[in-house]
Design a protein around this ligand. Sequence first.
Ligand SMILES: *[C@@H]1O[C@H](CO)[C@@H](O)[C@H](O)[C@H]1NC(C)=O
Ligand SMILES: *[C@@H]1O[C@H](CO)[C@@H](O)[C@H](O)[C@H]1NC(C)=O
Length: 370
Amino acid sequence: MSSLQFGPPRPRLDLRLSWAALWAAVLVSLLRGAVRAAPPGNATVPAAFAFGDSIVDPGNNNGLATVVKCNFPPYGRDLNPGVPLGRFSNGRVPSDIFTEKLGIKKFLPAYLDPNLKLRDLLTGVSFASGANGYDPLSAKSTSVLTLSDQLDLYTKYMESIRSAVGEERASAIASEAIYIVCTGSNDITNTYFGTPLRSSQYNISSYTDLMASSASSFLRELYGLGARKIGVLSLPPLGCIPSQRTLHGGPGRGCFGSANEAAALFNSKLNAGINSLKEELPGARLVYMDIYHPLLTIIQNPARFGFEVSTRGCCGTGNIEVSILCNSLDDPETCKDDTNYLFWDSYHPTEAAYRVLTNQVYNKYARQLL
Ligand SMILES: *[C@@H]1O[C@H](CO)[C@@H](O)[C@H](O)[C@H]1NC(C)=O
Ligand SMILES: *[C@@H]1O[C@H](CO)[C@@H](O)[C@H](O)[C@H]1NC(C)=O
């Protein structure tokens, strides 16, 4: 095994790392001169990273021992063949669309995808994990990655990038990249309103305090690891997503008011937390990105945005199916043309809706990040 060593002998040489460094050195020389695209303004963004939940998870849950997965049909049915499954939609998710708009690449891959090349790593990955939340209990009770697991993976990622391209370039990637953070929905719909785990101990006011304080700690740690340009998505109007209408909206499947109020309350605390972090963290560009109001407008006026159906999903009956419940057994009922639907399953928008929403968010906030 020692025949793999090269250079002067070093104590406790990690063979995997040294092997990675070797092929990395070869690849890096090939990558020099690779074209970097230009977003608005003249800034070039070397990479994008995503943290959070299913809205920006491209398949990190595929290999985890969790039931929260979607790497089977009809999920991903509008993706090109060859794009790994695991996105919680029919096609691309907001992190993909945002990354494309930044001029980086069309798909932001899952960090846990075993087939990533150095080239994929250098332009960014997603660490997000479906069912994650700001409340660590949300991820723990579903056996998915907590935010702290995601930061650990990011740390590992940075170590391998450092050994591949050197300290200086690795730090530049960290500080010039755009970070998208999107989580918290599961805390409210599942952990708080779906189980007694938290609602027996907390009211909405104290629970959203817990979430907001976890959000601030997370952002502080991410900054501590080198991130500077961080966009944080607000919660959507959770009470109006199809599953919440079905579970809590009465016979008329109206919006679940308490979930909307909880989301709006959390959003105001998140926004306040971000504003005080901006004072605390020098050089940080932290941007609170509202999706509550834009999404509510689309839900209430679907036709204005090219949609016919906004109160149930495309998959199956559209009232409750999500993750393992949305599968090929639902085929007879699953809609044929998902471009008419705002929601793909009972929880997640279609790619068509994600495109409308991400365009709005990008146009409104990207300049503040770049
Ligand atoms: C972009 O470059 C042009 C020409 O070099 C310059 O006039 C302009 O101010 C730059 N814009 C930004 C946002 O830096
Ligand atoms: C929520 O709980 C906190 C602490 O347990 C308490 O101080 C507060 O009055 C409660 N708020 C409401 C609206 O019940």
